[in-house]
Design a protein around this ligand. Structure first.
Ligand SMILES: *Cc1c(COP(=O)(O)O)cnc(C)c1O
Length: 320
């Protein structure tokens, strides 16, 4: 990062940012990329760029781009969400999506955009589902956005190139700062024209930044070195799930498509003191929500997984 060649990205002449954007676009199966502050900014830019005021986007009731981004699509883009219930595997029933697409009637908002999220709570969406969704989108003249915060986990888990997923969409937002390990940033990718228009919106949001190659360098490093190794995180999550599965009081949520997340339900009576116990063992756990989400990433090694399993076992034996 300290050695990164930099320029002024507002003028498009920061070579490290340009290199990152090109690399990300290629990986995601799109023409162009745009370095953005966060995944939230990437999703908001997608809504702002695909939709006009008074239009709407379809997304899952549990989708980050609907639930977890402060209502930005409605507040800042004047675009209303049309939520559809997520199935447990993260898909949205396509009959329900079809039924939610509004006819041309001035009482109704204009349905413009369909957003999916992959992985969804650590689960990769099935590729044949994505094909069916794409056919629905194309058949109804909608735009198709992927919140691919963890698209690289999905691709590694499915054993396919990320562009096989990303290339199916009109735009993709991917996080550099999650499992890939960069300190900051996401990339929004799409057609050349789409990214040109998104760049204007990014400027309006105050997201145009100058010698930002120092940050892009970390994202570029992450794309060059940290994608294939996500398989290790997935192995660690399997190991963690198996170890925690030996504790009777814990309900480890089952899935046959696990990537880097393990969800566990803990009896309420045991939840409160869990965080403190784990903290004393050097493990940070957020217990405010049940199920609790445990995530593996590049700073967690095999020894750490075993330490975590042992700490959980000690807690539940001690508390029994
Ligand atoms: C983290 C995340 C985002 C974006 O998050 P930021 O914290 O804004 O970078 C978007 N979607 C999903 C599914 C995420 O997990």
């Amino acid at each position: 990062m300290a050695d990164a060649p930099v320029g002024d990205d507002v003028y498009g002449d920061d070579p490290t940012v340009n290199c990152l954007e090109a690399k990300a676009a290629e990986l995601l199966g799109q023409d162009s990329g745009l370095f953005v502050t966060s995944g939230t900014q990437g999703n908001l830019l997608a809504i702002l760029t695909h939709c006009q005021r008074g239009e709407e986007y379809i997304a899952g009731t549990k989708a980050h781009a609907y639930l977890e981004e402060g209502g930005g699509g409605a507040v800042l883009a004047s675009v209303q969400p049309q939520p559809i219930e997520n199935q447990p595997d993260g898909t949205l029933d396509l009959k329900s999506v079809r039924a939610a697409i509004k006819p041309d009637d001035f009482h109704l908002a204009i349905t413009r955009l369909f957003c999916l999220e992959n992985t969804f709570f650590g689960t990769p969406l099935p590729m044949d589902y994505l094909s069916e969704a794409k056919a629905l989108v194309s058949g109804n003249g909608l735009q198709f956005h992927l919140d691919g915060a963890r698209i690289f986990n999905a691709a590694v888990s499915e054993g396919i190139a990320p562009d096989a997923i990303g290339g199916m969409f009109d735009s993709v937002s991917a996080c550099l700062s999650k499992g890939l390990g960069a300190p900051i940033g996401s990339v929004l990718a799409g057609s050349r024209d789409f990214i040109q228009r998104a760049r204007r919106w990014r400027k309006m949001l105050g997201g145009g930044t100058r010698q930002v190659g120092i940050l892009a360098a970390a994202g570029l490093y992450a794309l060059q070195h940290n994608i294939e190794r996500l398989a290790e995180d997935h192995e660690h999550a399997l190991l963690l799930a198996a170890g925690l599965g030996e504790i009777d009081e814990l309900d480890v949520h089952k899935t046959d498509r696990r990537t880097n997340m393990v969800f566990i339900s803990v009896p309420d009576s045991k939840r409160e003191s869990l965080a403190g116990f784990m903290h004393d063992r050097g493990i940070l756990v957020t217990v405010e929500e049940n199920p609790i989400r445990l995530v593996t990433h590049l700073d967690i090694d095999r020894t750490g997984i075993h330490q975590t399993i042992d700490a959980f076992k000690d807690y539940f034996l001690r508390a029994a």
